[in-house]
Write a protein that binds this ligand. Structure first.
Ligand code: GAL
Length: 719
C-alpha cells in the first residue's frame, strides 16, 4: 500500500513539474513526445452543459485528441464588469469535462473570434467606450482586450487547467485571422499584432500560443492555416510546426441561402494531403456546430442552426458516414504516427497527378501515402511489389509502406438516415403587439434619422422609427387615385412599414447586401398620418476591417413622392424612437411576464396578423430523442421555451442559389454541394431536452409577418 501511495505521489509531482508543451518544426511536443494531433471544434455555448459529456465522448470515440473552442467574450461579460460563467457559459466546467474524458483542449481566447457569432464575440458596449477602435493599435481596445484575456488565463490557471499544471489545455490562441486586417490597415495593424503577441506571451501559460492566418505572427507565436485545404501552407519560421487550425467540414447557413454540405471523401483527402506534406495538427471546424441560441447568431442573416454539416450534427447525433469515415482515418493516422513524427517525407511522382510520400525513419518503421489528385480518373499505382487502386481524388495510407489501411474515397462507415417525426401540436393564445404612439413615455423624439445600434445598443433586434405626416385635403392624389410613393432607404437588415397602424409591406436584405429599400405607393388620409417603421436587425457583423462601424437601421433618405408640392423629404423631420417591443419590456417570453397581459383564446386567436405574440404550454414527449419545432409555414420571428431563447426563426426566407449535383472530386468551396434550394433556409429549431420539464412547458413565439401558428409542430429527431 505504502509503495503504491509513494508511486502515485511521485507521478503527480512528476506530472505537475515536468509536464511541458513545446514545439519544433515537426510537431507539438507534449511531455517530450511529438504528436500528430487530431482536433475538433465544439463551441460550449452552442449546446447545453447536459449535452457536453456526450459530445465530448463522441469526439473521443471519433478518434480526436483535442477539443478546440473559442472563448465568447460578449457571452461572459454582457455588461462592463458583470461576468457570466454559468450554464452554457461555464467554461471551466467544459474544460474539466474535456480533461475527464482524457482529451486535450485548445483554447482560442481571441477575444475577437469571428465564428458567425454576434459582433464576432466582442461586447457591443465595448464600442461605446470613449476613444474605442477595434482590433488596432488603440489604447482603449488594448486595455480591454488585455483585461479580458488575463481574466480568462488567470481563471484557467487558478483551476490548474494548463497542461504544465496537470490540466488539459495544450495550446491557446490570441486574436483570430488578423492577417487580412493587418494587410488592410498597415502600420497600426502591425503594431497591434506585435503587441497582442507580446501581451499573450507575457501571460506565461506554459503552453504555446498560435495566431491563425497571420503570416507575420511574431515569435514565439505559431502562425497556422485555416481553409478547406492547407497542404501548401508553410509556417513563417523553419522551427515552427505546420498546423491546420480550421479545416472547414462544411459551411454555415444564412437565411436566404441553401444548406452547404461537404463530402467526407474530400475532407479526408484534405487531411491526408496535409499530413503527407508534413502537417502535424488538424482541427475540424466544426466537429459539432450546434445552435446559435437566442440572439447569439452573428454576421448578418446567419441562421439559428450552426449545424455546419459537421461530423456530429446540431442535435448531437452522429452525422454518418462523415463521423465514421473520419474515425477510420484517425485510427489509421494513429497507426502510422510513429513514422510521421520521426521522419520527413520523401516525395516521388509516378505519373501525372500522382504523388507518393514516404516517411521512413532510421528505426525501420515506414508509412506511405499514395495520392491520385486527378478529379476524373482512377489510378493504378505500383509501389514496392504491389499494385494499388486509387479512386479519383483520393489518397491511400499504407502501414509499414505496404498494407493499405485507408483510402480517403473508400467509405466503410455506415450511412444513416435521420428523420423528423411529429409528436405534438399546440393550442395557441395570442397577444397583439401594436405599433407604438410617439406620445408613449418610452419613446424619444429627435430630429432626423439615427443609426440603429447607437440607439438600441443591441438590447433588442427591434427599433421603431415613428413620424407624423400632415396631408392636405387638397392633394390631387385624392381625386386621381395615384397614392404617393413612400421610399425608405435602410442600412439593414429587415423593415416592416406601417401606415396608420396598417402593415404596408416588408423588405429585407441578405448577408451579401444587407441594405434595403422600401418603395411603395401608400394609402394616406387627409390630416395627420402615422408612419411607423419597424427596423429589425438580424445579427451584427462579425468580420471585416472595423466592422464595429458598420451601420444598421434607417439612415434615409425617406421621401414621399407625388404630392402637390412634388417630393417631400421626411429625412430631416422629427422622428420618435422606441427601442424594442412592448412584449419584450413586459417579458412575455417568461412565465411571470406572460401572465401580466390578457391573451386571446379559442376562435378569436389572432391569425395571419403581423406583430403577434403566441403562447402555449406543452408536455415533454417521453424518451430521449432530440426535439425541435417545425416552423414551416411561419414567417419571421423569435422563439422561447421556459424563458430560454431558442433563436430567430425565418422559414419564409427560402433558399436561393444553386443546388446542382455534388461530386466529392475536384476543389471544394462553400458553393458546391448546396442543398434544399427553394425550401426554407431553416425549417427546424432545436429545443434542448434539458430546457424542458415533464409538464407545462411555456412556449412563446413572436411572429413579425403574420401567419397561422397552427402550422407549428413539435418533432423528434430519430435515426
Ligand atoms: C474563419 C473564422 C471562423 C469562422 C469561419 C467560417 O475564417 O476564423 O471563426 O468564421 O471562418 O465559418
Amino acid at each position: 500500500m505504502k509503495i503504491v501511495l509513494f508511486l502515485v505521489v511521485c507521478c503527480c509531482v512528476y506530472s505537475s513539474i515536468k509536464a511541458t508543451v513545446s514545439y519544433d518544426d515537426k510537431a507539438i511536443i507534449i511531455n517530450g513526445r511529438r504528436r500528430i494531433l487530431m482536433s475538433g471544434s465544439i463551441h460550449y455555448p452552442r449546446s447545453t452543459p447536459q449535452m457536453w459529456p456526450d459530445l465530448i465522448k463522441k469526439a473521443k470515440d471519433g478518434g480526436l485528441d483535442v477539443i478546440q473552442t473559442y472563448v465568447f467574450w460578449n457571452g461572459h461579460e454582457p455588461s462592463p464588469g458583470k461576468y457570466n460563467f454559468e450554464g452554457r457559459y461555464d467554461l471551466v466546467k467544459f474544460i474539466k469535462l474535456i480533461q475527464e474524458a482524457g482529451l486535450y483542449a485548445h483554447l482560442r481566447v481571441g477575444p475577437y473570434v469571428c465564428a458567425e457569432w454576434n459582433f464576432g464575440g466582442l461586447p457591443v458596449w465595448l464600442k461605446y467606450v470613449p476613444g474605442m477602435s477595434f482590433r488596432t493599435d488603440n489604447e482603449p481596445f488594448k486595455i480591454a482586450m488585455q483585461r479580458f484575456t488575463e481574466k480568462i488565463v488567470n481563471m484557467m490557471k487558478s483551476e490548474n487547467l494548463f497542461e504544465p499544471q496537470g490540466g488539459p489545455i495544450i495550446m491557446s490562441q490570441i486574436e483570430n485571422e488578423y492577417g487580412p486586417v493587418e494587410w488592410d490597415i498597415g502600420a497600426p495593424g502591425k503594431a497591434y499584432s506585435k503587441w497582442a503577441a507580446h501581451m499573450a506571451d507575457g501571460l506565461k501559460t506554459g503552453v504555446p500560443w498560435i495566431m491563425c492566418k497571420q503570416e507575420d505572427a511574431p515569435d514565439p507565436m505559431i502562425d497556422t492555416c485555416n481553409g478547406f485545404y492547407c497542404e501548401k501552407f508553410t509556417p513563417n519560421k523553419p522551427y515552427k510546426p505546420k498546423m491546420f487550425t480550421e479545416l472547414w467540414t462544411g459551411w454555415f447557413t444564412e437565411f436566404g441561402g441553401p444548406i452547404p454540405t461537404r463530402p467526407v471523401e474530400d475532407i479526408a483527402y484534405a487531411v491526408a494531403r496535409f499530413i503527407q506534406n508534413n502537417g502535424s495538427f488538424v482541427n475540424y471546424y466544426m466537429y459539432h456546430g450546434g445552435t446559435n441560441f437566442g440572439r447569439t447568431a452573428g454576421g448578418l442573416f446567419i441562421t439559428t442552426s450552426y449545424d455546419y454539416d459537421a461530423p456530429i450534427d446540431e442535435y448531437g447525433l452522429l452525422n454518418e458516414p462523415k463521423w465514421g469515415h473520419l474515425r477510420d482515418l484517425h485510427s489509421t493516422i494513429k497507426l502510422v504516427e510513429p513514422a510521421l513524427v520521426s521522419a520527413y517525407p520523401t516525395v516521388t511522382y509516378p505519373g501525372k497527378n500522382q504523388e507518393i510520400h514516404v516517411f521512413k525513419p532510421k528505426s525501420g518503421i515506414c508509412a506511405a501515402f499514395l495520392s491520385n489528385y486527378d478529379p476524373h480518373f482512377s489510378a493504378r499505382m505500383k509501389f514496392g511489389n504491389t499494385q494499388y487502386h486509387l479512386p479519383p481524388w483520393s489518397i491511400s495510407i499504407l502501414h509499414s509502406c505496404k498494407d493499405e489501411v485507408f483510402n480517403t474515397a473508400k467509405i466503410k462507415a455506415p450511412t444513416t438516415q435521420k428523420k423528423m417525426t411529429p409528436v405534438g401540436k399546440f393550442r395557441w393564445q395570442s397577444y397583439k403587439e401594436e405599433a407604438p404612439s410617439s406620445e408613449e413615455s418610452d419613446t424619444l423624439a429627435m430630429i432626423g434619422l439615427y443609426e440603429q445600434l447607437n440607439v438600441t445598443r443591441d438590447a433588442s433586434d427591434y427599433l421603431w422609427y415613428l413620424a407624423e405626416v400632415d396631408i392636405s385635403p387638397n392633394e390631387h392624389f385624392f381625386t386621381n387615385g395615384q397614392f404617393p410613393l413612400l421610399t425608405v432607404m435602410s442600412a439593414g437588415h429587415a423593415l416592416h412599414v406601417f401606415i396608420n397602424n396598417q402593415m404596408a409591406g416588408t423588405v429585407w436584405g441578405s448577408l451579401k447586401n444587407p441594405k434595403l429599400t422600401f418603395s411603395q405607393n401608400v394609402k394616406l388620409r387627409a390630416g395627420v398620418n402615422k408612419i411607423s417603421l419597424l427596423s429589425v436587425s438580424v445579427g451584427l457583423a462579425n468580420v471585416g476591417t472595423h466592422f464595429e462601424t458598420y451601420n444598421v437601421g434607417i439612415l434615409g433618405p425617406i421621401t414621399l413622392k407625388g404630392l402637390n408640392e412634388g417630393t417631400r423629404d421626411l429625412t430631416k423631420q422629427q422622428w420618435s424612437y422606441k427601442v424594442g417591443l412592448n412584449g419584450e419590456t413586459l417579458g412575455l417570453h417568461t412565465l411571470d411576464g406572460s401572465s401580466s397581459v390578457e391573451w386571446l383564446q379559442g376562435s378569436i386567436v389572432a391569425q395571419k396578423q403581423p406583430l403577434t405574440w403566441y403562447k402555449t404550454t406543452f408536455n415533454a414527449p417521453k424518451g430521449n430523442e432530440p426535439l425541435a419545432f417545425d416552423m414551416n409555414g411561419m414567417g419571421k420571428g423569435q422563439i422561447w421555451v421556459n424563458g430560454e431563447g431558442l433563436g430567430r426563426y425565418w422559414p419564409a426566407n427560402k433558399a436561393h442559389g444553386n443546388c446542382d449535383e455534388c461530386s466529392y472530386t475536384g476543389i471544394y468551396n462553400e458553393n458546391k454541394c448546396n442543398r434544399y434550394c427553394g425550401d426554407p433556409s431553416q425549417r427546424w429549431y432545436h429545443v434542448p431536452r434539458s430546457w424542458l420539464k415533464p409538464n407545462d412547458n411555456l412556449l412563446v413565439i413572436f411572429e413579425e409577418w403574420g401567419s397561422l401558428p397552427d402550422w407549428i409542430t413539435l418533432v423528434k429527431r430519430t435515426i
